[in-house]
Design a protein around this ligand. Structure first.
Ligand code: IYR
Length: 222
C-alpha cells in the first residue's frame, strides 16, 4: 500500500465557493500580456515565492519535471536578448511565412526585444525530458509538457496576483537558453517569462476574449 497522509482542505459553502471563484475570475481577467516594461527592480523574494507556487503544480507521477532559472543579471539578460533577437530576425524575415505573420499582425510585434534587457527579471522554465536516479541512471518522465505548462500557468497567476506584468516569450528555437543558463541537455526550455512592472503609460493591444458559449460546453442532466 502507498503511504498516505491526512488531507487538509476546509469545505466551503456554495456562497463562499462562488464568491472565491468570482474574485479569482476578476483577478485573472485583468491579466494582460505586456511588452513594455519598467526597469524598476522587483524584490527577488516575490520571484522566489511565485516559483514556489509554480512548483506545487500537479505533474506526471509527481516527478516535478521542471527547473526555473531566475535571471536579473545585466550581462545574462543581454546575452539572452542578442540570441533571441537573432532567432526572431530569422523568423520575421522568412521562417514564419505569410500565414503566421498574418495571424500575429494585430499584436504589432517585430524582431526587436528590448524588454529582455529592460525588465528586471527573466525566468526561464525548463522541462526535464528525463531525470536521474541516485545511481545516475536515466529515469523516464511522463507528461512533461502538460506538467510544465500547468506550472507555468500557476507562475503567471502568482506573479499577476502580486501585481506584476509578464510576457510569455518563446523565441524558436530556444536551445541557446541551455547554454546561457547552464542547464543540462535533458532539459528543454519551454518559456522565457519576462517579469516586471509595466512601463508608465504602457499600452497593450485591444483584444477580446472568446464568448463563454464558444469555450464552455455543458453536459448536464436535462
Ligand atoms: N516569437 C515571436 C513571434 C510571436 C509568435 C506568436 I504565436 C505570438 O503570440 C507572439 C509573437 C515574437 O516574440 O515576436
Amino acid at each position: 500500500m502507498a503511504e498516505t497522509v491526512a488531507l487538509t482542505l476546509a469545505r466551503k459553502t456554495d456562497a463562499e465557493m462562488q464568491a472565491e471563484a468570482q474574485k479569482f475570475f476578476e483577478l485573472m481577467q485583468a491579466r494582460r500580456t505586456v511588452r513594455d516594461f519598467s526597469p524598476d527592480p522587483v524584490d527577488p523574494e516575490v520571484i522566489r515565492l511565485a516559483i514556489r507556487a509554480a512548483a506545487t503544480a500537479p505533474s506526471g507521477a509527481n516527478q516535478q519535471p521542471w527547473s526555473f532559472v531566475a535571471i536579473s543579471d545585466t550581462e545574462t539578460k543581454r546575452a539572452i536578448r542578442l540570441a533571441a533577437e537573432a532567432e526572431e530576425r530569422a523568423f520575421y524575415e522568412g521562417k514564419a511565412g505569410e500565414e503566421w505573420l498574418g495571424a500575429l499582425a494585430h499584436l504589432g510585434t517585430d524582431a526587436n526585444k528590448p524588454f529582455l534587457e529592460t525588465a528586471p527579471w527573466l525566468i526561464v522554465i525548463f522541462g526535464q525530458r528525463w531525470g536521474n536516479d541516485p545511481e545516475g541512471r536515466k529515469v523516464k518522465h511522463y507528461y512533461v509538457p502538460e506538467s510544465v505548462s500547468i506550472a507555468i500557468g500557476l507562475l503567471i497567476a502568482s506573479l499577476h496576483s502580486a501585481g506584476l506584468a509578464t510576457l510569455t516569450h518563446t523565441p524558436s528555437p530556444m536551445g541557446f537558453l541551455n547554454q546561457i543558463c547552464g542547464r543540462p541537455d535533458n532539459e528543454k526550455p519551454f518559456v522565457l517569462l519576462v517579469v516586471g512592472h509595466p512601463a508608465e503609460g504602457a499600452r497593450v493591444p485591444a483584444i477580446s476574449r472568446k464568448a463563454e458559449e464558444d469555450v464552455l460546453f455543458w453536459k448536464t442532466a436535462p
